[in-house]
Design a protein around this ligand. Sequence first.
Ligand code: FAD
Ligand code: NAP
Length: 314
Amino acid sequence: MSQTRHSPVLIIGSGPAGYTAGVYAARAMLNPVLVQGIEPGGQLTTTTEVENWPGDTEVQGPDLMVRMEAHARAMGCDIVSDIITELDLQNRPFTAKSDSGTVYTADAVILATGARAKWLGLPTEDKFKGFGVSACATCDGFFYRGQEIVVVGGGNTAVEEALFLTNFASKVTLIHRRDELRAEKILQDRLQKNPKIETLWFHEVDEIYGTDSPLGVEGIRVKHTKTGEITDIPAKGVFIAIGHAPASELVKDQLELHNGGYVKVAPGTTRTAIPGVFAAGDLTDHIYRQAVTSAGMGCMAALDAEKYLAEQGD
Ligand code: FAD
Ligand code: NAP
């Protein structure tokens, strides 16, 4: 039999945005319920060293998320292992159906379901993920100082990552499957002017190769999309930058999305177009996509929700 649970604030997602919202909402005495989803702890549980979380010179991603969960719990956030499968934001209270059968109702909802990098889907990409293959230059570029790097993709992300990686790499090769970039002209201009970057047009990645012990990348094999010619490119780091997919399925027909599926919020806030519904973290951020910015937005969402609920009570 399905159970219904009501709380003033329902937080969906257990990454840095969700847990931070949990800490703030709990300390505001809003008795938040936080539903963790299929990946408790979020994206950082899929990485090793994190070197840009303030206060920790180096911390393991999964350890950091265990600490955030414990922190939110200690403040009084009710953390539930469940997955939201349907969300009704048109009626009040807001209603969320879940995988377990529990129905969550709430006066305010904080969406913190994150985003996922898109991958090429090659077996060798999977093998070297975290060991030379990455989808986050800001996170991992530092590990490739003085090395050769390749970036795959032709959008803003790929070009920005290629430019950023020249701060560390001896050489960056941008590999694109066409001869035209989607990236903005100003970025294309910077790319062309950068002496450390070479662009390889009409090429797709066939496989990533490297060593097994220790596990590490040595290069990639690319195929010309027209001639089929195969070329090996030596590289220690491979950055896949072919786009991100925000986890906005639950709200895609209820809230305005932009920039390829990200939830739109009022500038400088976490407010969506529906009063009482707030969005934080990578779900709403196509630019920064960092743990610390997500945590910051989680804080903002809880404060925005607190203000909204206080106004309802007036
Ligand atoms: P996420 O961490 O994506 O969490 C989303 C949460 O939503 C998950 O808990 C998921 O289970 C939950 N969820 C999704 N759908 C549902 C649903 N239907 N019901 C319930 N819950 C749901 N950033 C840095 O600052 N430094 C780094 O070094 C760094 N390294 C990274 C390395 C890797 C490999 C990756 C992939 C990312 C890295 N990032 C790093 C980026 C950072 O992880 C993200 O910016 C951050 O995790 C985003 O936090 P978030 O809370 O918005 O969402
Ligand atoms: P994107 O614009 O969708 O570009 C993805 C790129 O990857 C495209 O060039 C695409 O090739 C290529 N690609 C996709 N799948 C591929 C595959 N399987 N194999 C090889 N290549 C593949 O994604 P994005 O660059 O991440 O940008 C997403 C959104 O965020 C955009 O709206 C962008 O403007 C925005 N963004 C803005 C900024 C900024 O304002 N500074 C920064 C980053 C992102 P094709 O071109 O051939 O399709």
